[in-house]
Design a binder for this molecule. Structure first.
Ligand SMILES: N[C@@H](CCC(=O)N[C@@H](CS)C(=O)NCC(=O)O)C(=O)O
Length: 211
């Protein structure tokens, strides 16, 4: 049995889109952030960090979005969400998954939760602005690397494209949103056109404009 603890549009969107691509049956379990359910005693047993998502796969309880994504890609190789282990393409896939999760995704914490980064609340807007500027630079580099390729790995779609799509989406409220960078906008449009992605967005109640 697979169950994904999620909140609409949160980091859970990556494993959710992957589960839809995989086509395996799973259960979606809402973590009601309106009620701070991510900090409830019950949820902290699943993820002591109080963050979303968590994947339950039988007896396995997994937190960390990228770890969940790698596990799903490995467990359902027929879905083709990652290249074969030991290949140069697989190494490129790891590079993108890890870069995207520990660089822009981590930076977004400072953009969305600047108060966590300051002792004095008054400094929070400056922290947010600086995070936005760092994110801009990161997205510029990613866009340059992507160039006019169809997907991050070239002609081959992978879970890394879904992760990048989610991160592009998160920046839609930034002064210079990632969609304003043509290569990133084109990739996000291609991801958005996938039926599995549409199904995940619909199930989470996410409406246009998506990014
Ligand atoms: N590194 C973690 C970060 C997860 C994370 O920051 N999740 C956010 C939602 S996108 C969250 O749970 N926010 C609620 C909170 O921090 O209270 C992961 O990738 O799973």
């Amino acid at each position: 049995m697979l169950a994904l603890y999620y909140f609409p549009g949160n980091a859970s969107l990556l494993p959710h889109m992957m589960l839809r691509e995989i086509g395996q049956e799973f259960e979606l379990r809402l973590v009601d952030r309106g009620q701070n359910a991510q900090r409830s005693a019950e949820y902290l047993k699943l993820n002591p960090n109080g963050r979303i998502p968590v994947l339950v796969d039988g007896d396995l309880v997994l937190f960390e979005t990228a770890a969940i994504a790698l596990h799903l890609a490995d467990k359902f190789p027929q879905a083709g969400l990652a290249p074969a282990v030991g290949t140069a393409e697989r190494a490129e896939f790891y590079k993108w998954m890890i870069h995207l999760t520990n660089t822009p995704q981590a930076e977004y914490r400072a953009w969305f939760y600047p108060h966590e980064h300051v002792a004095d609340e008054a400094a929070a807007p400056a922290v947010k602005q600086a995070a936005g500027e760092r994110l801009n630079r990161m997205f510029d580099v990613i866009s340059k690397q992507l160039g006019d390729r169809t997907w991050l790995l070239g002609s081959r779609f992978s879970a890394a494209d879904l992760l990048l799509f989610m991160l592009i989406r998160w920046g839609r409220g930034m002064p210079r949103p990632p969609r304003s960078i043509p290569n990133l906008n084109a990739l996000a449009e291609r991801v958005l056109a996938r039926p599995a992605v549409q199904a995940a967005l619909d199930a989470e109640g996410l409406k246009a404009p998506i990014f």
